[in-house]
Design a protein around this ligand. Structure first.
Ligand code: CDP
Length: 216
């Protein structure tokens, strides 16, 4: 079985950076599954559609093409909000599931970050991390990131966004954001990104040794 590394957690927890550094370290392909939901949300919004309309959002998910995941607008604050709105719809999640599962199954391994990778997309993944940090620290990180990208926005607004998104993602009926029973919790609140990556790498090495998939 492919050595799947599932990296789940809330917005701005550090999961994206950790996932991308793990992928580079092991030479595995990386999928940022949030981009898929961002792509669907943005597509619906660009077409003037209703995000709460299941059939409109599902049609957008079925029509999504990999080339559309390159748009820089997907990284904006607005796209994160659009993503979490369409992510509540079960048929949207189903439409995106097969692509993610095929990606995950690539040999010799893969890294996927998201909200439900360890619970729903790849429940048998041998390495699972649940990366988190306090809402205030995540808001501060996201605020710095957005300001760096040139988005003028107040910290308090970002904190409110983060709290709303945590509530929506954790409270939805289908595939809510939650730590898988066999995922290792990594709280990065007091860590630099280098420290967080180092802790993540050690968690993955332990999982590799346990699964008999030794580096080499
Ligand atoms: O980077 P950030 O954590 O802010 O966002 P993201 O990972 O790009 O995810 C954006 C939104 O997509 C999340 O708030 C979730 O609602 C949704 N999502 C999901 O439902 N399942 C995933 N596996 C990944 C993202």
């Amino acid at each position: 079985m492919a050595f799947i590394i599932a990296v789940d957690g809330p917005a701005a927890s550090g999961k994206g950076t950790i996932a991308s550094r793990l992928a580079k370290l092991y030479g595995y392909p990386l999928l940022d599954s949030g981009l898929l939901y961002r792509g669907v949300g943005l597509k619906v919004a660009q077409d003037g559609g209703d995000l709460d309309d299941v059939s409109v959002a599902t049609a957008a998910a079925l029509a999504l093409r990999p080339s559309e995941l390159e748009q820089p607008e997907l990284r904006t604050r607005a796209a994160g909000e659009l993503a979490s709105r369409v992510a509540v719809h079960t048929p949207v999640r189903q439409a995106l599931r097969e692509f993610q599962q095929r990606f995950a199954a690539q040999e010799p391994g893969s890294v996927i970050d998201g909200r439900d990778i360890g619970t729903v997309i790849a429940p048998a993944a041998p390495a699972k991390l649940y990366v988190t940090a306090s809402a205030e620290i995540r808001a501060d990180r996201r605020w710095r990131q957005l300001v760096g990208q040139g988005e003028a926005v107040a910290y308090d607004e970002i904190l409110a966004d983060i709290r709303k998104r945590d509530e929506r993602d954790g409270g939805r009926a289908d595939s809510p954001m939650t730590q898988a029973a066999d995922a290792v919790l990594l709280d990065t609140s007091e860590m630099t990104i280098d420290q967080a990556f180092d802790a993540a790498r050690r968690i993955v090495e332990t999982a590799r040794a346990r699964s008999g998939n030794l580096p080499g």
